[in-house]
Design a protein around this ligand. Structure first.
Ligand SMILES: Nc1ncnc2c1ncn2[C@@H]1O[C@H](COP(=O)(O)OP(=O)(O)O)[C@@H](O)[C@H]1O
Ligand SMILES: [Mg+2]
Length: 236
């Protein structure tokens, strides 16, 4: 089992961001989270790698209860869980290759990671080029990240996540800021790669139609609660 969320409540001050949410995600499952703004999608996704801790209830990833982990154990779990945050969190001053290389910086011995980041070995460069090929922008390897379009920057964030060789990918509205056609292409690409690499995928999506087109399972949140039981749909 990749993730288990069991009767979780998350409260920020007076706000109940999540109230009694439970879900499970098996290895290789692909789950879309939909629901209006403020429903709790981001909070639920952030629980999965312990960037938010439950006020009550438990969250486990790969068999470990997150709240009970030492910093070292938590680092090891987070190395398996790649994140594409809504704001992408790319470093604008860096070239594409460096932004992708950041995917592994937190997950290796610090010194080895920094060395490979500053002076990437030939193998590392080839690996990053290969990932950029998979996400459709191989020619951008040495470009300045800021010179890329919004859609291309989203692909860099996906490439950075894949460079981590994750077992799970968490993407928080990764297509919120591009036109519908590009959004569709990117969701199709991410689900295809997750299938090929057997990566557990959880993605929040504003567009319910995209979730329906590409995800076998959809969970809808409203006001901090799951209002639909997970629905199995015909796979695309
Ligand atoms: N760090 C925070 N501090 C205070 N309130 C928060 C915080 N994060 C989220 N919230 C609140 O929790 C609720 C759920 O937010 P969020 O998980 O971001 O929903 P969504 O991603 O579906 O838009 C909202 O009412 C939001 O204002
Ligand atoms: Mg959100």
């Amino acid at each position: 089992m990749s993730f288990t969320v069991d009767d979780v409540h998350v409260t920020f001050g007076e706000t109940g961001a999540l109230t009694g949410v439970s879900l499970t995600a098996g290895e290789g499952d692909q789950i879309a989270l939909t629901g209006p703004s403020g429903a709790g999608k981001t909070t639920l996704l952030r629980l999965l790698n312990a960037t938010v801790l439950p006020t009550s209830g438990t969250v486990s990833a790969f068999g470990k209860t997150l709240a009970s982990l030492s910093p070292k154990e938590l680092r090891a779990i987070r190395a398996k869980i790649a994140l594409v945050p809504q704001d992408l969190a790319l470093v604008p001053g860096l070239r594409v290759i460096q932004n992708v290389a950041l995917g592994r910086l937190g997950t290796r011995g610090t010194l080895g990671g920094i060395r490979d980041f500053l002076f990437p070995a030939r193998d590392t460069i080839a690996e990053i080029h290969n990932i950029l090929e998979r996400v459709g922008i191989p020619e951008k390897l040495y470009e300045r990240t800021t010179s890329l379009s919004g859609g291309q920057q989203q692909r860099v964030a996906v490439a950075r996540a894949l460079f981590q060789k994750p077992r799970a990918l968490i993407a928080d509205e990764p297509v919120s800021s591009v036109d519908p056609d590009r959004a569709r292409q990117l969701v199709e690409l991410i689900t295809k790669i997750a299938t090929e690499d057997n990566i557990t995928l959880l993605m929040s999506l504003h567009h319910h139609d995209l979730a329906q087109a590409y995800f076998p399972t959809i969970i809808t949140l409203e006001a901090g609660k799951i209002i639909t039981p997970p629905q199995k749909r015909a796979s695309h």
